[in-house]
Design a protein around this ligand. Sequence first.
Ligand code: AMP
Length: 619
Amino acid sequence: MADELILGIDLGTTNSLGAYMTPGGPVVIRDASGNSLVPSVVAFGTDGAVTVGSQARTHAVENPLSTVYSVKRLMGKGLADIREDLKFLPYAIDPGPNDTVAVRIGDGLMSPPQLSAIILREVRSRAEAALGRPIVQAVITVPAYFDDAQRQATRDAGRIAGLNVRRIVNEPTAAALAYGLDRKEDATIAVYDLGGGTFDISVLRVSGGVFQVLATNGDTHLGGDDLDMEIINLVTDGIRSQFGQEITFPPATRQALRDLAEAAKIRLSTQQQAPIEIDMGDGRVYRRTLSRQEFEVRCGKWINHTIEHCQMAMADARLTPGNIDQVVMVGGCTRIPMVLARVGEFFGRTPYTAINPDEVVAMGAAVQAGILAGMSRDTLLLDVTPLSLGIETLGGAVGKLIMRNSTVPCQASEVFTTYVDGQTSVDIHVLQGERELVADCRSLGKFQLRGLPPMPAGAPRIQVTFLIDANGILSVSARETRSGREASIQITPSHGLNKDQIDGMVKDSYKFARQDMNAHRLIDIRNEAGRILTAIDKALADAGSILSADERTLLDTAVADLKGWLDRTSQPAQPPDDDQLDAFYQIIKAANDAATPLTQAQMDSVLDKTVKGRKLTEL
Ligand code: AMP
């Protein structure tokens, strides 16, 4: 770690978070439970206690007047600028000095930078706790459309929080930095940012490492909250039509409805349906299921608005969607499948989603902080893949699709199948490394291909495709070719990797080459043995009676030997050597030979059924 640590901070309207740069790339600050987001909410108790983050958010229901959220909307603004916002903010706002505003807290007033400073202090102290060292330097991000007064207010907030703000960076620029797009010779990038309460589209040009904002557009009151409101309206309409028009919803119930609507929306990003259940408090319960399709019909208009803003930004930048080289997704709502699909359609290319859309801006702020601190980012830009990439196959082995040192961009595809009858989902585990077993490789991500029609084991054809584009972003997709079911994931394989780790992994692969190869062979033989035992079971059920007593004894002994061997090798202390592997092949061969009369009889009976009643010329 460099001596000078500069914290990258995304000071957001809804959530804030910090990240810092390491030689292996940017790392997000998390608390003990793994949470990175600090809700941008500050609550003032009657006893003078100040709480921040999720704790403050829970105060909002009982204490709306002294719970301040969305303070970012007030930064650097005068009363006349925020008339629209006033409708949305429950706390009291007064005019402040020099055409600013102030928030009334009890008998006192607090300026927006003072309130933002409380959030910044929380982000800073979390980082100090996580890193075990004091932090005084920061890079803070702001929307690209922030004017001088808003940027100055953000700097002031940093100063009040005891931070030396080394740079204010545009959020879309930070997102592009997180993806390493500053390394492009010359590229035009669209950053689509759909958060909880705001939508921004920014068009950037990068040339020689310098970003220029070509256009920005958006709506400061369009975001996930509007989608939640659609669900709330759907649910309250349902409740009223079921239980009577006179039903009212007290504030606590309204908050509960808001939480429930948000949970349903988030669930619908991965599932087709979300169950909704509301206890009416008088013994009655309202239940309904919300489908993704209903959600999309209801919320489509909001997504259409975002696309209209994209069109306006394109017109302002005098560009067409075809001129855009990369689309970067930011904000929690870009996980919504319809959002991804519509944005992809508009720009005619798959948007980048490899980095968590809630964390990408903070990661980019950390990259900028690293540049200011003079850290090198050698491992981020790659024209060859430094390590092989593949997926987990049955038994914990790795099937490699892209080999180390392949020139990027590159693509590879392989067909896999299922091992269990009637399997309706398949887990795809993406791995990086040179070793043969999953346990010795680096896990890059997992996803599930769901909704496969039940088929016998071995029948589905699952085409897995790895594609690495020129920026080193890996897209892995899995498609079952008969049913057309598809799922995919995007990953940045270079994140968190430094040169020493790469060298270490390559060295280990040489050191353990023989042992790894035998371990992989053992897995393959065990898989084969499993397949043979299943086939013998099936054949015995179908045609077991045709075996003579001797043949049956021979088969039972061979099967028992094979099962015994499978048990003994389930957790080998060390990989088998060549002699042991050869002995295992003999045991499998014995079982196969002993089953020959049976499989022969089974085949004859199948042939018999197929051929019966048909002329020879029809066969
Ligand atoms: P941000 O302002 O970027 O933190 O985004 C917050 C918004 O993203 C909120 O409206 C969340 O409900 C929404 N959000 C977070 N995760 C998801 C998800 N998986 N699917 C849909 N919306 C999400």
